[in-house]
Design a protein around this ligand. Sequence first.
Ligand SMILES: [Zn+2]
Ligand SMILES: [Zn+2]
Length: 329
Amino acid sequence: MIYIGQQLQALNNYSSQAICWLSIKIKGRRTPRNPMGHNCGKKTCIYCLGNGKKRSGLDRVFVGVFTDKAIKSLISAEPNQLIFEYDLLKASFLAIRGTTIKRFNKNCMLLFVDSGYKDWFLKEKINYSVAKEIDQHTCTYCNKEYIFVYKNKEGGKGMVPQFDHWFSKTDYPLLALSFYNLIPSCATCNTIKSKAKFNLNSFLHPYVDSNISSTYSFSYMPTGVHSNRIVFKKEGLNSKGINTVNALNLPMIYKGHSEKELQDLIDLKYKYSENYLTILLEKTFGDLGISEQERFRLIFGIEIDEDNYHKRPFSKFKKDIIKVLKTIT
Ligand SMILES: [Zn+2]
Ligand SMILES: [Zn+2]
């Protein structure tokens, strides 16, 4: 998993659209006949000046629990605040006589997942603009697949990462449109992660845990004369790192690379001469004044600064393995 940072600009741009879209689905647009409706006051807002309507089929008591502050919070609050908001709204709804948790979840599904995530976020291609602004080049969870964004100018399907819901849509449908709950990822990781239940105490969150990279580390184990297996180093790991690596099934996701990328690095270390890795890194470019970052990029195709891991697949994996190989004498 890779730390994504706060992404304030992407958050602001997404929030300004999502808050208006959601407010109108809950309260309708402000008109003379609907004075309590929503209007952000911006002359350029396509939602407040458009013809969007309230979402039909929602319980009146459900709609009644959403204040402007709650709507804003649901879209833009940080993960721990999102859980607080979830508990608060659920409690407000259940405090009303005759309500049940089943009805709460059903209403959340209709509004946030069906209308919000599927019909608005995906079909209206909001996912493209969010992905473009977040600007992560590989999957947040595996750092193994590129996740480029290209809109198809003819209007058909383009290229866009999937968005995994860190708090799952099934358990927390209310959080289906929350910015910090939408994690750009590859299809494989999104599928694997959809079956895992994450919470902030036991698992890493790519928008919360800025020390992700130091919580787990790749290594390898010989399994025969010419075969090796990728393993995750246990020492120095904290439980959040171990839980997350296992829940994302990174051991399986990386397994197939034991014979490819791992073997290539081991071959570089041993096939030519014992210190070939060091020679490669230190002698290849002579006195050309090439930075360490650039040498790793040109020789191994990876980034070695954590902030840039996402720009090349296998950055953390190869950096960790090279470190292990260089310590073996
Ligand atoms: Zn607006
Ligand atoms: Zn992935």
